[in-house]
Ligand binder design. Structure first.
Ligand SMILES: *Cc1c(COP(=O)(O)O)cnc(C)c1O
Length: 500
């Protein structure tokens, strides 16, 4: 809905106001004075009551907006049914555009569900509409800076496909941030994983070890290149792949391990590197969820042979859909590029030197990525703050956070905690959904899903226990402390009710 369609001059006649309301379709209009300052909201019900009171349709809006005014008194004297006019709502409820979601929710009532948002001069710059299905979603991003100007530049210059300056720029900025020599952008995080495996010549007959607790993209990428995934258990305390279990699962066919830095937590890379030493097993880091995390002072994704990243909408930074492979090996870098682009020779057009995919990222996606990666520190800082706000305001006797890493630094992706085993998780999530707060359960263990069962490669104990109790809390970087206090109060209330 265009804001302009909702605004009327207070000099409009009631007839004209009816026309505006009819056009807007929201049943109301915001009236402004000559200087575009907000005066009050009129609803179709208000006009109906004015007509029933006997107020002529050529009356101007301002005459009925202010009940203290002389003009209103005159109308009262003249009209047939002055009682009716007392039922006019005459709402002048409005809020500053910087108000928090909680403040806005507090202004909402049965009668007022659409609130104009005004600037310091009372000019209307936006509006807030309360919907019965209003929800605090699980994640959000901020795209209001370079992201917008970069995308507009793509559109204005016609560079919207998979060539253009933002692709190179994004890859360069990403390399700089991660500290890797090379980066290859791709269309999503799953493609990054498949591309990495293909570039390492992993395929039919090869085995790749994956953790039981992860998003299914990790195992799907292995299946996609025709290799056999081998699922092993995770550690009970940090929820990441268990080095002990990796050791047990290795055999002569093992060509790769995909440690997943789960929910922002760095896997113990020392142990994994040690296991692979003097073997031809490659480490492909799935760093879709821990961009900015570190192990031994190295950024995650820059420790294994190839690092894979995702820029899906709810990830630490986003390009809508998007992904990246990073490496320090020149040869692998060249292979990644060739396979990303149909396996086509980089020297001879339409000459294909190997089997490949079309996994390219578009300039539009990269344009957003360039804006996002430049504010990564600010984004990570905000995510830390959000987690602190949760831990300060939640009744922590019901929650168990991930343990603190010893040789590394974890980051906050989606605030992740284990719920007390006394609480029925499904019921908890349902009750909070009814409060319009989106709480997510952890991933199901791969080993529990029939399609992945054939690939279980060891004893599984911890993953199901963690999965059963784990939840992700809303981690929206455009909400503030007060908003999180509100979310926490709803969560605490719910838990106290459930344990009464
Ligand atoms: C999101 C995610 C992926 C896949 O990324 P997409 O961009 O959605 O394809 C892979 N692995 C993990 C652990 C993820 O969380």
């Amino acid at each position: 809905m265009k804001l302009k369609k909702l605004i009327s001059s207070s000099e409009f006649t009631l007839f004209k106001i009816l026309e505006v309301i009819n056009e807007s379709g929201l049943g109301i209009t915001f009236c402004v004075d000559k200087n575009e300052r907000f005066i009050g909201t009129l609803s179709d019900g208000d006009i109906r009551r004015a007509i029933l009171a006997g107020v002529p349709l050529n009356t101007q809006a301002f005459e009925i907006l202010n009940r203290q005014s002389e003009s209103f008194k005159k109308i009262l004297e003249k009209c047939a049914n002055p009682e009716m006019l007392n039922k006019l709502k005459q709402e002048s409820v409005c809020a500053h555009y910087k108000s928090s979601a909680v403040d806005l929710m507090n202004l909402v009532s049965e009668r007022v569900t659409i609130i104009p948002l005004i600037d310091d001069e009372r000019k209307i710059v936006d509006y807030f509409e309360y919907k019965a299905n209003f929800k605090i979603p699980i994640a959000s991003s901020i795209l209001s800076g370079q992201e917008i100007s970069n995308v507009l530049e793509c559109l204005e210059t016609n560079w919207i496909s998979s060539q253009g300056k933002f692709i190179t720029q994004f890859e360069e900025l990403f390399c700089q941030y991660i500290g890797a020599k090379y980066a290859v952008s791709v269309m999503n995080g799953t493609a990054a994983l498949s591309l990495a495996l293909a570039a390492l010549d992993i395929g039919v007959g090869d085995e790749v070890i994956v953790p039981d607790l992860t998003f299914a993209a990790t195992i799907n990428s292995v299946l996609q290149v025709g290799a056999k995934p081998v699922i092993v258990d995770v550690n009970p305390d940090d929820w990441c792949i268990s080095a002990t279990e990796i050791k047990k699962a290795i055999n002569k066919n093992t060509k790769g391990i995909i440690p997943v830095h789960l929910y922002g937590y760095p896997c113990n890379m020392d142990e994994i590197i040690n296991i692979c030493k003097n073997s031809n097993i490659n480490i492909i880091e799935d760093n879709a969820e821990a961009l900015g995390g570190e192990f031994n002072n190295k950024l995650l994704g820059n420790i294994g042979t190839i690092g894979c990243f995702s820029f899906f909408g709810n990830k630490v930074i986003t390009t809508g859909e998007g992904g990246m492979c990073t490496t320090n090996d020149e040869k692998i870098f060249q292979k990644l590029k060739v396979i990303r682009d149909h396996g086509m020779s980089r020297e001879k057009k339409y000459w294909h030197t190997c089997f490949g995919f079309n996994y390219r990222m578009t300039n539009l996606q990269a344009a957003i990525g360039c804006g996002q990666i430049q504010r990564i520190n600010e984004i990570l800082k905000k995510r830390d703050e959000i987690q602190n706000w949760y831990f300060e305001n939640l009744d922590m006797k019901f929650f168990e956070p991930q343990k603190k890493p010893i040789n590394g630094r974890s980051i906050v992706w989606l605030v992740s905690v284990l719920l007390s085993s006394k609480i029925d998780k499904e019921k908890f999530i349902k009750l909070l959904n009814e409060e319009r707060i989106d709480i997510r359960p952890f991933f199901y263990p791969l080993s529990e899903m029939p399609i992945y069962k054939p690939y279980i490669g060891g004893t599984i104990n911890s993953a199901p226990l963690i999965s059963k109790r784990g939840i992700n809390l809303p981690t929206l970087i455009n909400l503030e402390k007060e908003d999180y206090k509100y979310i926490c109060s709803k969560i605490n209330q719910t838990l106290h009710l459930m344990t009464k």
